[in-house]
Design a protein around this ligand. Structure first.
Ligand SMILES: C[S@@+](CC[C@H](N)C(=O)[O-])C[C@H]1O[C@@H](n2cnc3c(N)ncnc32)[C@H](O)[C@@H]1O
Length: 213
C-alpha cells in the first residue's frame, strides 16, 4: 500500500461527522506517516490503538493488513461514534472493540493485543501523568507485545507548528517531550527498544520508538 492509496481510502470514507473531525480524518495521512506506522502490523493478528480518534488508523489496519482483531480506545464519545462508522464495512470480516475510557485507567484488555499503538496521544496527556501512563501501559501489555510509540519531538524548533496545529484543531497546547527523553523514559520503564528514529513530514517533527515488553 502507498501513501496515495491511504489518502484516497480515507478521503472516500462515507462518514457523518463534524467538519473538524472530517478534516482530521481526510487530511491526517498528509502530515502523519501512517504508511510507516501500518508496516509494523503486517505480521500481526491483533492490534490496539490507544487514543484512536475517529478510528481512521483502525480502518487502515482493517483495510491494508491481515490483522483480524482490532481495538480502539478514546476519551471522547463522539470520536468513538465516528470510529464505529469508519469501520462499518469491515465488521463482517474483522472483530472490533471501540471503547471510551477516562484517559487515566487503561482497560486491562490492552493485554490481549499483539501490537499497541500510541500515535500523537502522549503529548496530550498532562505532564504529571505521562510517565505514570506509560508505566501502567507496560504493566498491562502482554509479554512479547510490541508498542509503536509515535509522537512529536519537543526538542525540535519545528514543534511550534504542532502547537499551532493543536491549538487550532484540539484547543490544547500540547506537552511534547524531546525525542531523547522519550527514549530514556521508555527504557527506564522496562521496554526493550527495537528501533527508534526521527521522520519529518512537512513541518512536523515526528519521532518513532518501536519497542517490546
Ligand atoms: C492528535 S489526536 C491523534 C488521534 C489518532 N491517534 C491519530 O493518530 O489519528 C490525539 C488523540 O488523543 C486523544 N487523547 C487525549 N488525551 C488522551 C488520553 N489521556 N488517553 C487517550 N487518548 C487521549 C484525543 O481525544 C485525540 O483523539
Amino acid at each position: 500500500m502507498t501513501s496515495n492509496e491511504i489518502i484516497r481510502f480515507l478521503i472516500s470514507r462515507p462518514i457523518q461527522a463534524g467538519l473538524v473531525d472530517k478534516l482530521k480524518i481526510r487530511y491526517r495521512p498528509v502530515i502523519c506517516p501512517f504508511e510507516k506506522l501500518l508496516s509494523y502490523s503486517k505480521d500481526k493478528t491483533s492490534a490496539c490503538d490507544i487514543g484512536c480518534g475517529s478510528g481512521q488508523f483502525c480502518a487502515l489496519i482493517a483495510r491494508f493488513t491481515s490483522v483480524k482483531r482490532i481495538m480502539g480506545i478514546e476519551i471522547n464519545q463522539t470520536l468513538i461514534n465516528n470510529a464505529h462508522q469508519m469501520n462499518d464495512e469491515f465488521k463482517a470480516s474483522k472483530s472490533f472493540t471501540f471503547e471510551v475510557f477516562d484517559g487515566v485507567n487503561i482497560p486491562d484488555e490492552v493485554g490481549e493485543y499483539e501490537i499497541v499503538y500510541l500515535i500523537d496521544v502522549f503529548h496530550h496527556i498532562p505532564m504529571t501523568q505521562q510517565a505514570l501512563f506509560m508505566k501502567q501501559l507496560h504493566r498491562k501489555m502482554r509479554r512479547g507485545a510490541t508498542l509503536v510509540f509515535k509522537d512529536i519531538d519537543g526538542g525540535s524548533p519545528l514543534v511550534i507548528f504542532n502547537k499551532l496545529h493543536d491549538i487550532i484543531f484540539s484547543q490544547d497546547l500540547g506537552r511534547e517531550m524531546p525525542y531523547g527523553n522519550g527514549l530514556r523514559l521508555l527504557k527506564e520503564i522496562g521496554f526493550t527498544i527495537q528501533s527508534s528514529f526521527r521522520k519529518r513530514m512537512f513541518v512536523y517533527p515526528h519521532y518513532f520508538i518501536i519497542c517490546s515488553k
